[in-house]
Design a protein around this ligand. Structure first.
Ligand SMILES: Cc1cc2nc3c(=O)[nH]c(=O)nc-3n(C[C@H](O)[C@H](O)[C@H](O)COP(=O)(O)OP(=O)(O)OC[C@H]3O[C@@H](n4cnc5c(N)ncnc54)[C@H](O)[C@@H]3O)c2cc1C
Length: 416
């Protein structure tokens, strides 16, 4: 089959690789000049299979109100008269019940667990390197209240069979030795030891090269304008250069996915939630993280990527804008130097990206009502983590095979 993948972020490239492996003739289209130049460029680098949680959770509306007024706020809200934003926020609030949280979390963990196996397979098959480390994610609690609140995550992890350890401050230091310098700031931690870290940009670029060697065609610098649909079935894709013919199209355009499918009556509740990162050269490795540390207070992830520290986080709901505010940089600098002052922040690269978020945290993976049109998008906070799993699922669905995990509740029809 001729399959066109729209988007060369981590989700598009992993999809293309799996589709090529399944024997399809694959073309990838992206407006950028190479892979992973938008949201997949400088994310926090955590590959946190066990840490996968929806942001919509019980108690979040109240917490969110407090966050908005915090110094170094993890949440920034710039409401607009934008129907997509308002409807997305309303749906997000509806997902903040214990019942919805449990369903959403277990869906995310299902994809993430499959992604863990799938990423290992990709590594074995390709031998690609991407500053990967396999030393777990440590969620760090600075208050007793945060530690107590983690009980609901512990329950979900236990129910889903995800290995974890609840740690006291000494346990945290054993995992992340640099924390010994800030012992007094830590109350405890939750370790998910099977988690990994890695540079998403390096991974996506290396995998794109492997995919190209397998015959995948990459059309960069090409703007996707519209889908060509006739009689309810996909015929191809209209770009600013040419119209391409295909038997199947996989939309992996991150935050820009909803616009393309809207005209066919597909309501895709994916909205951009902006985040920021700093990439800092390490000058003192003894004061740098070993793996990923999630600072629960500021909701910021601090990760070791080779000889760099990547610190990323914040959720800014402000529409489709990538501008860089110095106040956000100050928050990242504060969080990283407070715990791991082993990098030279004056030489850091500052970046922002738009997380393609669904209101229930789970990506949208599956068929649509248009024959031959498939979605693999909406990976939100942990798209790098889930990418290899969702790529295998969409490849199976496009190939007309039953996915190896239950995917019946992952398609866009779940919002009907
Ligand atoms: C600050 C921050 C930290 C994060 N940290 C982590 C983390 O630690 N771990 C993790 O797992 N995830 C993390 N994420 C989330 C993760 O980065 C995303 O979920 C993931 O990158 C989404 O990948 P994607 O391929 O769907 O989107 P993208 O990477 O945005 O790819 C979409 C592609 O579509 C292309 N495109 C869009 N519209 C068009 C068009 N009209 N024509 C042609 N091309 C088009 C774009 O050029 C782009 O290349 C983080 C995100 C942010 C912002």
């Amino acid at each position: 089959m001729k399959v066109i993948v729209l988007g060369a972020g981590v989700v598009g490239v992993t999809s293309a690789y799996q589709l090529a492996k399944a024997g399809h003739e694959v073309t990838v289209i992206d407006r950028q000049e190479g892979p992973a130049l938008e949201t997949s460029f400088a994310n926090a680098g955590e590959v946190s299979f066990g840490y996968c949680s929806p942001w919509a959770a019980p108690g979040i509306p109240l917490k969110a109100m407090k966050w908005l007024f915090m110094n170094h706020a993890p949440l920034i809200l710039r409401p607009k008269m934008d129907a997509a934003m308002l409807s997305w926020m309303a749906q997000m609030l509806r997902n903040c019940t214990s019942e919805r949280y449990a369903i959403n979390k277990s869906r995310m963990l299902r994809i993430a667990d499959y992604a863990r196996i799938s990423l290992a397979e990709v590594r074995d098959e390709t031998g690609i390197a991407y500053d990967e480390r396999m030393q777990g994610t440590l969620q760090l609690f600075r208050t007793q209240q945060q530690l107590d609140a983690s009980a609901k995550d512990v329950k979900a992890l236990a129910a889903d069979g995800v290995p974890f350890e609840v740690l006291d401050p000494e346990g945290c230091i054993r995992v992340e030795p640099a924390l010994k310098h800030v012992r007094q700031k830590i109350v405890g931690g939750l370790l998910t030891p099977k988690d990994e870290t890695g540079d998403c940009f390096k991974f996506t670029n290396a995998l794109a090269l492997k995919a190209a060697a397998m015959g995948v065609k990459f059309l960069y610098g090409t703007n996707i304008k519209a889908l060509d649909v006739e009689g309810g079935a996909i015929k191809g894709v209209v770009t600013d250069r040419e119209t391409l013919r295909g038997d199947a199209v996989v939309v992996a355009l991150g935050s820009y996915s909803p616009m393309l499918v809207k005209q066919f009556g597909i309501k895709l509740p994916v909205y951009p939630v902006k985040g920021y990162s700093l990439t800092i050269p390490i000058v003192d490795a003894s004061r740098a993280p070993e793996s990923t540390v999630m600072d629960e207070t500021y909701k910021i992830a601090i990760t070791r990527l080779g000889d760099r520290i990547r610190v990323g986080g914040m959720a800014e709901i402000s529409g489709y804008t990538n501008d860089l505010g110095q106040k956000r940089r100050a928050t990242l600098e504060h969080s990283v130097t407070d715990l791991f002052p082993g990098g030279d922040v004056s030489k850091a690269d500052f970046w922002s990206g738009l997380r393609p978020m669904t209101p229930d945290g789970t990506p949208v993976i599956g068929a649509t009502k248009v024959k031959g049109l498939f979605l693999n998008t909406g990976h939100g906070t942990l798209g790098w983590t889930m990418s290899c799993g969702s790529a295998k699922v969409i490849s199976s669905i496009v190939s007309g095979k039953k996915p190896e995990i239950d995917a019946t509740d992952l398609a866009v029809s779940r919002y009907a």
